[in-house]
Design a protein around this ligand. Sequence first.
Ligand code: SAM
Length: 289
Amino acid sequence: MLSYRHAFHAGNHADVLKHLVLIQCLDYLTRKDTPLRYIDTHAGAGMYSLTAPQAQKTGEASEGVARLQAQPGTHPLVKQYLGLIKQANEGAAGNLYPGSPWIASQCLRAQDKLVLTELHSKDHEALEALFRRQKPVKVARQNGLERLISELPAPERRAFVLIDPSYEVKAEYEEVATAVKLAMKRMSTAVIAVWFPVVQRERVRKLERQLTGLAEMQVFELGIAPDSREHGMTASGLMVLNPPWGLDTVMEEVMPDLMTALQVPSDGFFRIRRHPVKGTPGKGAVGRG
Ligand code: SAM
């Protein structure tokens, strides 16, 4: 049974980092006219109300996106992200937070295709309603990792994949590693972004080792507290295989301001790790903490 609901966490610090990386990737990939396939394996509901009881109960958005809105700075990527949130709220009271499928749909063009999978019946229903009349969008209630494999190689010959599980079940780490390996075998040029929470550091290390060497990879991580055995999620990040050109440079520019805006405590950190060439160990870590 699926108990995770993203409505409790929408707009938190993990969403902020994830959606910034997503926008930057799609911004680069849509500079070429040729069509792109966007595959969101764990799509969620697509749009969230920050005044809904779930969001109000945790208050996570108030320590995430709301802090960035209060101190946006001047970086174009942050401006674009906050602009999209504004756009999502047109005609609404200003308290909607868009999920990855909606953000992606705004970054993509008429020639691109979106494949969105979501297993939870309620979130799937909401997602389907959000995209009902949009032709190049396929919404399915299906296991996203299985669907991913069947979608590759993409007929468009260009693909971006977001894998954003809740990791409710520990086996998901292994399932993600297996799916990414298989996906890369079927389409070695696919850009794949894998989201991860830092709850137990060893699980993240293992996943990173498993993905290293499949392709060039960059890892972006933001920690609001040092690793701990006692707390829940202390940090989160993305491992991006075949990262679009310049992604690391842009994130290097954005991360320090993001830390300030999100009021990350002094024992928090950000890290960027690069695994540049197939088969070489990671190097070039940048970060605070
Ligand atoms: N990507 C979304 C965003 O950024 O707005 C958030 C997704 S949320 C972290 C993870 C979602 O995956 C949940 O809505 C959950 O119901 C769904 N889910 C869990 N296991 C799944 C699976 N095997 N296939 C597809 N969806 C799944």
